[in-house]
Design a protein around this ligand. Structure first.
Ligand code: M6P
Ligand code: ZN
Length: 176
């Protein structure tokens, strides 16, 4: 165990850029990284979302995702989505900014969704794949906390996709 004490910190809808600055990992996902995920082809260089991940603390990882507003065809911008490799690892999402939906599904085809606005929290149980969708007109910013050794299994979703998708219909988001 690391004997050095870590500093506590608070994250909110105003100071989160400070947290981003302290992160050791920064992932940028552009249209070209997600060509197989949307029904239509995204513009290759358009940024869909960014993930900032901090060093693990207390066996937990903290990641901040900024999902840009916009659509590819009628489908709203979304993350790739993943299962955890560890079947016992769940995750908690806190919405800091914007409006979004978390789509969830199990390997045997159960689906669920949680709509998020600032102040909302989604609890993702183990064995549920999760994808975030921005259905608002501004950045959707959320903080995720999950066990350090969760692992990301992208393969299943990359191959099979999500059962439900979020599209714009008559100017409003609809889960179909
Ligand atoms: C959240 C967490 C991260 C994840 C990120 C983007 O911040 O769940 O672990 O990496 O969302 O999602 P994805 O990895 O599916 O692209
Ligand atoms: Zn996860």
């Amino acid at each position: 165990m690391n004997a050095a004490a870590e500093n506590p910190f608070g994250i909110n809808s105003k100071n989160y850029p400070e947290f981003m600055g302290r992160c050791s990992e920064h992932i940028v996902r552009k249209g070209k990284d997600m060509a197989d995920y949307f029904t239509e082809s995204p513009e290759p260089d358009k940024i869909i979302y960014e993930v900032y991940e901090a060093e693990s603390q207390a066996n937990m990882r903290t990641a901040l995702t900024v999902l840009k507003p916009g659509k590819v065809g009628t489908e709203y911008h979304m993350t790739k989505g993943h299962f955890h490799e560890d079947p016992e690892a769940g995750e908690v999402y806190f919405c800091l900014k914007g409006r979004g939906i978390i789509l969830m599904q199990t390997r045997d085809g159960r689906t669920d969704e949680v709509w998020l606005e600032p102040g909302s929290v989604a609890c993702i149980p183990p064995l549920w794949a999760h994808r975030t969708v921005n259905v608002g007109n501004y950045d959707f910013v959320m903080l995720a906390i999950f066990p350090t050794d969760s692992g990301h299994d992208y393969g299943t979703i990359e191959k099979e996709g999500f059962i439900k998708r979020v599209v714009e219909e008559n100017g409003v988001p609809k889960v179909v």
